[in-house]
Design a protein around this ligand. Structure first.
Ligand code: SF4
Length: 678
């Protein structure tokens, strides 16, 4: 049996051993293209959640108490004799959960407006369900407010790349790592977040590639770095611009490429050359003086064939879009794009976040990045409108907003104002606890569907085991059919046939072809795919690569360093054994034994002032007590922890600060106080 691991944007091919319709073992597919024939521990053991998965559809007691008197008599009758599920929910037959959801959504549209409903989610389920979700929002509910979890991760990669090269996606495939001379990694904890990409990087190093790694802390992949740069918090743009200036001042640029393939270079150059935040600025920063010399070395090395790799360490900042754009500038300055072994490779986190964006689960793009009839609200604005009481209902598909989004104190208040919350989920989690209706849905191991990984690769995933539960799109179809729209899809393949017509980049990706092999978009009608983008022209309207200059603004830890202040700064990220809100992975003993709770890393020089457990406090909220581990991997006065376990309330510490353009939260830096806990 062959399918796809959905625990990260690598999308490794998996093979399962099945006994009595249960998965007993997952193994790598030896000739797996994305996996390279290996799997990390999440891929191997992440299926163990299936014993603890949500198996029912649920209706909240309180919702029934408040709403039953207003329901049509026919629904009221069907509510009698439901079986209790737990202290908050009844089990409900699917048809009843669907009918009540449709009734309530119609009531909200009648009493308020269609625009008082928002739909959020779609990056973890299949393309078929993600496409149906945005179609359901726009065409059935008639609301423009549709968004997905790219809002809290790689939204800036899409916006930053789109404005310079016209396509918000990797320009190369993962295996290009074997064809390059230099791999420049910034803000990506690759070994933990994208293990099978890290495995390629380590092999490439053995074959002679040079590895440059920049991050705010010592991360495991740095063991393999030829040049390692530890940056102050929030200095990516400063660092990237400084490299660009070094390239131009020393005539290390690819003039031919810039002349033939790019525009706006002179404007960019003039602004950049007058930028005071260059390599010399680092000389003024105590502890970071050596970055000047590293910038000089890096500028020389990246004139060779280079792949630029980044993750959330670049995007989750107030200047995430600008920093992505600055990476794109480096690729264009050195002519390192549109060629084999040279390009940009944003490592997208969720298994189908590329796909959810491609099919239009975004408020400002419809399927195939077409501008929709009406632009909707981004998730942070949806939350604001919930607080004001203007958004009355939320349909949520696989995104635990009540855990993974920032400013949880505010979000919890906003959710109290909702009249209706319907959730489609595989696991019970923070958002299902607050839902009025919960639909249990098939997991990726139980259904057919297409997933698109971080190298634009469409994988057709096959069910490994049977499940009585419906797919997300089947539930949405049933609800939609209670409105005026009649859908008759009887399989994921039928849905995908419609998606292929709307999303031109998938045109030739039939199920038949995808059964043979995975394909990278754009895929022409004959099934020819595209491992490398931008070989002749960029995807911008004029076909050119556009330079944009973005000035760095002094703030945060860098400002503290200039002013010689000592304040605590917190940065968060992931640990290899757990996945996002850990709703699935915490049910695997093998994974939880390796990492079963969030741990706070603190530099050992603070040993005398910090105890075994501490709480963190910011202007936005307070965490629960977390265990401290002293580690040289973080610098003095900087902290790192993961956000996997809801009970630790780590995301209560982050607030409304977000990317200027696409509102991705500033998860990579918040000033905190430390409170010792006895
Ligand atoms: Fe799954 Fe990602 Fe690990 Fe591959 S690298 S096995 S996709 S978690």
């Amino acid at each position: 049996m062959k399918s796809v691991c959905t625990y990260c944007g690598v999308g490794c091919e998996i093979d399962a051993k099945i006994q009595d319709d249960k998965i007993v073992k997952i193994k790598p597919v030896k000739d797996g293209i994305s996996s390279g024939g290996e799997l990390c521990i999440k891929g191997r053991y992440g299926f163990e959640f299936l014993n603890n998965r949500l198996k029912k559809h649920l209706i909240n007691y309180k919702f029934i108490k408040k709403n039953a008197p207003n329901m049509p008599l026919e629904l009221q009758v069907r509510l009698a004799n439901l079986t209790p599920y737990n202290e908050n929910f009844y089990e409900a037959p699917l048809s009843l959960a669907v009918d009540i959801t449709a009734w309530k959504l119609k009531e909200i549209i009648k009493n308020f407006s269609s625009h008082s409903i928002a739909c959020i989610g779609g990056a973890r389920t299949s393309i078929e369900s993600a496409w149906f979700f945005q179609h359901f929002a726009r065409k059935v509910l008639k609301t423009p407010h549709i968004d997905n979890c790219a809002r809290v991760c790689h939204g800036p990669s899409l916006s930053g790349l789109k404005m310079s090269i016209g396509e918000g996606a990797s320009s190369v495939d993962f295996d290009a790592i074997f064809d390059t001379e230099v791999i420049f990694i910034i803000g990506s904890n690759t070994t933990e977040a994208h293990p099978m990409v890290a495995s390629r990087i380590i092999k490439a190093k053995k074959r002679g590639a040079k590895i440059i790694i920049a991050d705010v802390r010592e991360i495991p992949v740095m063991k393999f770095a030829d040049i390692k740069v530890i940056l102050p918090f929030e200095s990516n743009l400063l660092f990237l611009n400084a490299i660009a200036k070094e390239l131009i001042e020393n005539n290390l640029i690819d003039e031919e490429f810039i002349k033939n393939r790019c525009v706006k270079f002179e404007d960019y150059k003039n602004l950049l050359l007058h930028d005071k935040y260059d390599k010399h600025f680092f000389e003024k920063l105590n502890g970071f003086k050596q970055i000047k010399t590293k910038i000089e070395e890096i500028a020389k090395i990246i004139t060779k064939k280079t792949i630029f790799v980044w993750g959330l360490g670049v995007t989750e900042h107030i200047d995430g879009t600008e920093a992505v754009n600055a990476i794109s500038n480096l690729a264009m300055l050195t002519g390192n794009i549109g060629k084999n072994g040279a390009g940009v490779l944003p490592l997208r986190g969720q298994n189908n976040v590329q796909g959810a964006c491609d099919v239009g689960c975004l408020p400002y793009y419809g399927p195939d990045y077409q501008i929709p009839e009406e632009i909707g609200l981004m998730t942070p604005d949806v939350i604001e409108e919930m607080l004001k009481g203007k958004i009355k209902a939320l349909v949520n598909m696989g995104e635990d907003i009540l855990h993974i989004h920032p400013n949880q104190n505010k979000i919890k208040k906003a959710f109290e104002n909702l009249e209706f919350l319907a959730v489609l989920e595989v696991m019970e989690n923070e958002i299902t606890k607050k839902a009025d209706i919960v639909f249990g849905v098939k997991s990726a191991y139980e259904k057919s569907g297409v997933y698109i990984n971080a190298e634009r690769r469409l994988h057709l995933s096959n069910p490994l085991i049977e499940s009585d539960l419906p797919d997300d799109w089947e539930i949405l179809q049933k609800i939609a059919n209670r409105f005026d729209n009649i859908f008759n899809f009887s399989s994921s393949e039928e849905v995908f046939e419609v998606v292929r017509k709307e999303v031109k980049r998938f045109e030739g990706a039939t199920y038949e072809r995808l059964k043979e092999k995975s394909l990278q978009w754009p895929i022409d009608k004959n099934g020819n795919d595209s491992p490398i983008l931008h070989t002749q022209n960029f995807s911008t309207p004029d076909g050119k690569g556009h330079f944009h200059y973005h000035k760095y603004h002094l703030r945060g830890e860098v400002k503290d360093l200039v002013e010689n202040k000592k304040r605590w700064w917190l940065n968060t990220g992931r640990a290899l054994p757990q996945y996002n809100n850990a709703a699935q992975t915490k049910h695997s003993d093998k994974l939880s034994k390796r990492y079963g709770d969030d741990i706070l890393l603190v530099n050992p020089i603070h040993k005398n002032e910090i105890g075994e457990f501490v709480k963190l406090k910011s202007v936005y909220g307070e965490s629960a007590p977390v265990k401290v581990k002293f580690s040289e991997s973080v610098r003095p006065y900087t902290l790192f922890t993961t956000f996997h376990f809801a009970k630790n309330k780590i995301n209560y510490l982050f607030g409304d600060a977000h990317d200027h353009k696409v509102k991705t939260a500033r998860f990579k830096a918040v000033e905190v106080e430390i409170i010792n806990v006895d």
